[in-house]
Design a protein around this ligand. Structure first.
Ligand code: AMP
Length: 623
C-alpha cells in the first residue's frame, strides 16, 4: 500500500497524465475526503489513520483547530467551538433565531443577512467555519497525493437550496479550492456503487445518519442520473434511536426523568453503545450508573430493541412511500436500494427497508464513506482523467420556480422536481397601453398566490417600446445550472432590451420549510383555487376597464352622446366596484353587463372606420 502511494506523486508531475482531484463529503457531524488512486476510490486518513474528520472548529486567540482536538474543546469552551456549521450555512439571521436556540454560540447582532458568531479569534460566519474544515481536508489530500488539487467535488444534501449551495461554494473558494461542481449526496452514493454503469432504471438512496434522514429516488436514463424526488425528515436520525433506548434503560433502572444533566448525557452514550453493539450481537449486557443507588445491571436483546425502534423505522418507511409517490414510480420499479449513513448498519432497519422495497438493500460499501467515494469518482472524471466516461449527474428543483403575474397570481415556469440543469422560457405581455417597464418578481413555492410563496428576487425590465396593451412580447427565461443556481432573464423581443438577475439569496430554505410549503400547498389547494378564480376574474375585469377607458379617451366624445356615455361610465363604475369586492360571481356578472351595455359602442367603433384606433386592441377585450 505504502509503495503505491509513493509512486503516485510522479503521476501528478506529468502534465498530460493524471490530474489530482478529490471528493469531499462535508457533513454536519463528520467530513471525509476521498480520491481515486490506481483506479480505486478510497477515503484518505489523517496521520493517525483516522478517516473521519469531526466537522468542528475551535477558535482561540491566535488560531484555529479543526477536527478531533477541536471537538474535545466543545464542553470546555463551547462559545468558541463551532460544530454543525452545515445546519447554519446559507441561512439568514432570522432563520438562525429559531435554529440557534439550542446552540451555545454568541450570535453577533448585525444588519447583514449572513449570521456571524462571536469567537475569541473574531466574528466568523458559517461559511468561514466550513472553509476551515475544507482547508484541512484539501491539505490532507494534497499531502497524501503530493501535489496541488486541480479541483474538488463537494457533496451537499439534495434538498439544499440556492443559498445553501452558493454558500458552500463560497466556503470552498475561501479555502482556495476550485469546485468542479457540487454533487447531491444520494447521487454520489449511487455513483460509488457504479449504478451509472448498470442498466437504466430506478434507484432508491436511503440515508439515515446521526441526526437526519433522507430518501432520494433516482432514475438512470442512458447513463444519466436524474433525481426524481427527495424526501425525509431533518429531525430523525441515530440520536432518536439512542433516545428510545435511553428511555427504556431509565424505566428499567428506575432513573427519574429529571436526573442530573451529566447523568442523562452518560445515559445517552451508554444507549448509543448498546445500540451499536446490537448491530453485531444478539444481546448486550448493561451496567448503568444510577444516581443515589449505585448501579443497575441488565440486558437488552434484539427483540426488545426491535420493538423499541420499530416506530422510528416505520416513519422512515412512510417517507419512502411518499418519495415514491412524488417520483411517480411503483415500488416494484426500484432496481436497487443503496444504504448510506452509520445508522443503516442496524439489521432491523435493513430488514424493514428490504421488506418494503422487496429486495435486500446494498450494504457492501461502508455507509459512512460511500458519499465521499462517489464524489471522488466524479471528481476524477471532471478532472479529465477519464474522458470517455462522462457521467452527467442531474438533480431536481425542490420547489416550483415562477413569476408573479397580474393579480398576484403565480405562473410556474419550472415545476418542482424538474431535473436540472434546465432552461425554460415563457412569453408575457404588457397590461397597459404605453407601458415601458415591467417588474419581474421571481418566486418559489407551490401555492397559487405570490404572497404565499417565497420571494426570491425582484427586478425591472425597462425600455419596453410603448405599445398598446398586450402587444409587447417579453420573453422570460429561467435557467437553473447544475449546482442549482437560478438565473432569470427578461427580454423584450422587438428591441432586444434585456434585464436579468442571478438568484443568490443570502439565506435559504430548510428541508423542513420545503416540506411545510408543500404541505401548505396541499392543505390550501381548495382555497387557493378560489383565490385564483378571484384573481383571474379581477384581472379580466381590470382588462375590460383599462381597454374601455382607453377607447373612451380616444373616441368617446366623437361616437357617444352624453347619455350613452353616462350609461357606459355607470356600468364601468359598477364593474370597478365589483372588482374591489371578493365576489367572483359579481365581478363576472358586472363584466358581462359592461359587455352588453357597450355592444353598440363596439359596433359603432368598428363601423365608423376608425378600426385604425383599434389596432392592437382585440374586440375580445370588451367581452
Ligand atoms: P453518520 O452521521 O452517518 O456518521 O451516522 C452516525 C450515526 O450512525 C450515529 O447515530 C451512530 O450511532 C450510528 N451508527 C454508527 N455505527 C452503528 C452501528 N454499528 N449500528 C447502529 N448505528 C450505528
Amino acid at each position: 500500500m505504502a509503495l503505491l502511494q509513493i509512486a503516485e506523486p510522479g503521476q501528478a508531475a506529468a502534465p498530460h497524465q493524471h490530474k489530482l482531484a478529490a471528493g469531499i463529503d462535508l457533513g454536519t457531524t463528520n467530513s471525509l475526503v476521498a480520491t481515486v488512486r490506481s483506479a480505486q476510490a478510497e477515503t484518505l486518513p489523517d496521520e493517525q489513520g483516522r478517516h473521519l474528520l469531526p466537522s468542528v472548529v475551535h477558535y482561540f486567540a491566535d488560531g484555529v483547530d479543526v477536527g478531533y482536538t477541536a471537538r474535545e474543546q466543545a464542553t470546555r469552551d463551547p462559545l468558541n467551538t463551532i460544530a454543525s456549521a452545515k445546519r447554519l450555512i446559507g441561512r439568514a439571521v432570522s432563520d438562525i433565531k429559531s435554529l440557534g436556540k439550542g446552540l451555545p454560540y454568541e450570535f453577533v447582532k448585525t444588519d447583514s443577512r449572513v449570521p456571524r458568531i462571536h469567537t475569541m479569534a473574531g466574528d466568523v460566519s458559517p461559511i468561514e467555519v466550513s472553509a476551515e474544515i475544507l482547508k484541512v481536508l484539501a491539505r490532507r489530500a494534497e499531502d497524501t497525493l503530493g501535489g496541488e488539487l486541480s479541483g474538488v467535488v463537494i457533496t451537499v444534501p439534495a434538498y439544499f437550496d440556492d443559498a445553501q449551495r452558493q454558500a458552500t461554494k463560497d466556503a470552498a473558494r475561501l479555502a482556495g479550492l476550485h469546485v468542479f461542481r457540487l454533487l447531491n449526496e444520494p447521487t454520489a452514493a449511487a455513483v460509488a456503487y457504479g449504478l451509472d454503469r448498470g442498466a437504466d432504471g430506478i434507484h432508491a438512496i436511503f440515508d439515515l445518519g446521526g441526526g437526519t434522514f433522507d430518501i432520494s429516488i433516482l432514475r438512470l436514463n442512458k447513463g444519466v442520473f436524474e433525481v426524481l424526488s427527495t424526501g425525509g425528515d431533518s429531525a430523525l436520525g441515530g440520536d432518536d434511536f439512542d433516545q428510545v433506548v435511553a428511555e427504556w434503560i431509565m424505566e428499567q433502572a428506575g432513573i427519574a426523568d429529571d436526573a442530573d444533566h451529566k447523568v442523562l448525557r452518560q445515559l445517552m452514550l451508554d444507549a448509543r453503545k448498546a445500540k451499536e453493539a446490537l448491530s453485531d450481537a444478539k444481546s448486550v449486557d448493561l451496567d448503568i450508573a444510577v444516581p443515589g443507588s449505585g448501579r443497575w445491571q441488565g440486558q437488552l436483546n434484539r427483540e426488545i430493541f426491535n420493538t423499541l425502534v420499530d416506530p422510528l423505522i416505520r416513519n422512515t418507511i412512510s417517507a419512502c412511500r411518499r418519495a415514491l409517490r412524488d417520483a411517480g414510480v411503483d415500488v416494484e420499479e426500484v432496481q436497487d436500494v443503496v444504504m448510506v449513513g452509520g445508522s443503516t448498519r442496524m439489521p432491523r432497519l435493513r430488514e424493514k427497508v428490504g421488506e418494503f422495497f422487496r429486495q435486500p438493500p446494498l450494504v457492501d460499501i461502508d455507509p459512512d464513506r460511500v458519499v465521499a467515494l462517489g464524489a471522488a469518482i466524479q471528481a476524477d472524471v471532471l478532472a479529465g482523467n477519464k474522458p470517455d466516461n462522462e457521467i452527467l449527474l442531474l438533480d431536481v428543483t425542490p420547489l416550483s420556480l415562477g413569476l408573479e403575474t397580474m393579480g398576484g397570481l403565480v405562473e410556474k415556469v419550472i415545476p418542482r422536481n424538474t431535473t436540472i440543469p434546465v432552461a425554460r422560457a415563457q412569453e408575457f405581455t404588457t397590461f397597459k397601453d404605453g407601458q415601458t417597464a415591467m417588474v419581474v418578481h421571481v418566486v418559489q413555492g407551490e401555492r397559487e398566490m405570490a404572497e404565499h410563496c417565497r420571494s426570491l428576487a425582484r427586478f425591472e425590465l425597462r425600455g419596453i417600446p410603448p405599445m398598446v396593451a398586450g402587444a409587447a412580447r417579453i420573453r422570460v427565461t429561467f435557467a437553473v445550472d447544475a449546482d442549482g443556481l437560478l438565473d432569470v432573464e427578461a427580454e423584450e423581443l422587438s428591441q432586444g432590451v434585456k434585464a436579468s438577475v442571478t438568484v443568490k439569496p443570502s439565506y435559504g430554505l430548510s428541508d423542513e420549510e420545503i416540506t411545510n410549503m408543500l404541505r401548505a400547498s396541499f392543505e390550501h389547494a381548495e382555497e387557493d383555487l378560489e383565490e385564483r378564480r378571484l384573481a383571474e376574474a379581477r384581472v379580466e375585469g381590470m382588462r375590460v376597464v383599462e381597454a374601455l377607458q382607453a377607447a373612451l379617451a380616444s373616441d368617446g366624445e366623437k361616437l357617444l352622446n352624453p347619455q350613452e356615455r353616462r350609461q357606459i361610465e355607470t356600468a364601468l363604475q359598477e364593474l370597478t366596484e365589483a372588482i374591489a369586492t371578493s365576489d367572483v360571481d359579481a365581478i363576472d356578472a358586472q363584466a358581462k353587463h359592461v359587455e352588453q351595455v357597450c355592444e353598440f359602442y363596439v359596433e359603432r367603433r368598428m363601423n365608423s372606420g376608425i378600426q385604425q384606433a383599434m389596432a392592437g386592441h382585440n374586440i375580445n377585450e370588451f367581452e
